[in-house]
Every structure is written in structure tokens, then in C-alpha cells.
Design a protein around this ligand. Structure first.
Ligand SMILES: [Zn+2]
Length: 107
């Protein structure tokens, strides 16, 4: 894989994640709008809201990671381990192009 390929792959994933995030956010807003009438319903809604929030957070984390990888491509440090500074194995980058550390450091 060359850098251009990785870049477009990451950008595509980022766009997908952003639209997922928007959908999730909208759904959460909708669920807040529905007024719950009983305490049970209220508790249910609260839980759903929390779950959705966690999902949004996971999406946000991933987006941040991807943006960081894109930034590294720009400044020429892509593919280097954040811990030891050595080159990250191609296999690892193929599995997750946004991976930040090498195999040794991940153990
Ligand atoms: Zn390392």
C-alpha cells in the first residue's frame, strides 16, 4: 500500500464515521424530545441515551485517531511507532491504517 492509498482509505473511513455520528446524534436528540410519562419510561430513555452517548464517544475516538494518522501522512511521520519511533510493521498498518504503535510496543 502506498501513502496515497492509505490516505484515501482513511479519509473515506472518516467520512463514514462522521455520517454515523450525525445519525446517532440526531437519534439522541429525538429521544430527548419524546417526553416520558412514567418513571420507568424515563429510566429506559436515560439508559438508551447513555448507550448512544458511549457509541458517539467511540466514534469520536476513532475519528480523532484517523485525523491524527492523516496529519502524520502530511508531516511525513506516518508509519512510525509512537512509543519507540521505529517503523510499524506493514501487516499491522494493513489491518488498521490508523494504528499508532508497533507490535512490540502493543504487547
Ligand atoms: Zn514501538
Amino acid at each position: 500500500m502506498n501513502l496515497e492509498e492509505i490516505k484515501s482509505k482513511l479519509s473515506r473511513e472518516r467520512e463514514e464515521l462522521i455520517s454515523l455520528l450525525e445519525i446517532s446524534h440526531q437519534e439522541r436528540m429525538e429521544s430527548i424530545k419524546d417526553y416520558a410519562s412514567t418513571p420507568d419510561e424515563l429510566a429506559d430513555k436515560y439508559e438508551t441515551k447513555q448507550e448512544m452517548h458511549l457509541e458517539e464517544e467511540a466514534l469520536n475516538e476513532r475519528i480523532k485517531k484517523i485525523e491524527k494518522a492523516l496529519e502524520k501522512i502530511k508531516n511525513g511521520t506516518y508509519g512510525l511507532c509512537e512509543k519507540c519511533g521505529k517503523k510499524i510493521e506493514d501487516v499491522r498498518l494493513k489491518i488498521d491504517p490508523a494504528v499508532e504503535i508497533c507490535r512490540k510496543c502493543s504487547i
